[in-house]
Design a binder for this molecule. Structure first.
Ligand SMILES: [Zn+2]
Length: 82
């Protein structure tokens, strides 16, 4: 995490961290990342919004988790408004 990569993207040392970040981007963003890749420059993982959607995003338990966490986010936003 010392910013040695010219991509300027978040770096994930572990693939599991990249997957987690990918899922969280789908919970939080309207235009989420679609996949992740291993960077040849920094040898860590980055998210990308180009290319095919990663297979993990089609897993029923992952889809369920994204929906559930989106719903709970909506609720906390609504509660914060008032
Ligand atoms: Zn990199």
């Amino acid at each position: 995490m010392d910013g040695g990569c010219s991509s300027k993207k978040n770096q994930y040392y572990l693939e599991t961290e990249a997957i987690e970040a990918l899922i969280r981007s789908h919970i939080s963003f309207n235009k989420p990342a679609t996949s992740y890749y291993l960077c040849t420059e920094c040898a860590q993982f980055h998210l990308t919004s180009k290319g095919e959607k990663h297979l993990i995003l089609s897993k029923p338990d992952i889809i369920k988790r994204i929906k559930r966490e989106q719903n709970s986010q909506d609720w906390s936003k609504r509660l914060r408004k008032k």
